[in-house]
Ligand binder design. Structure first.
Ligand SMILES: [Zn+2]
Length: 88
């Protein structure tokens, strides 16, 4: 399993249809926060999945094509110290 940061940009016109469609996936819906009420029509979420395709399957059809899916990692303080040593 890998961790992916998912961005779901959409227009105001697409908003309601996108949210209604996304609500059909009750497991994925709570993984997202939305800027819609602030006038910024983007959803952001973190999804654990085997690969990017598996992530896209969990995203509303209205949003899927424009979704930006990025594999992400956490760094510990110790790992960052190692990086500093390698670059000094
Ligand atoms: Zn919206």
């Amino acid at each position: 399993m890998a961790t992916f940061e998912v961005e779901l940009p959409h227009t105001e016109a697409e908003c309601l249809a996108a949210l209604v469609d996304q609500a059909r996936n009750p497991e994925t819906l709570p993984k997202f926060v939305w800027g819609c009420n602030a006038g910024k029509h983007i959803g952001w979420g973190t999804i654990e999945a085997a690969n990017e395709n598996a992530v896209r399957q969990q995203i509303s059809k209205v949003l899927r094509d424009k979704a930006k899916v990025t594999p992400v990692d956490r760094f510990t303080a110790a790992q960052i110290k190692e990086l500093e040593k390698m670059h000094s």
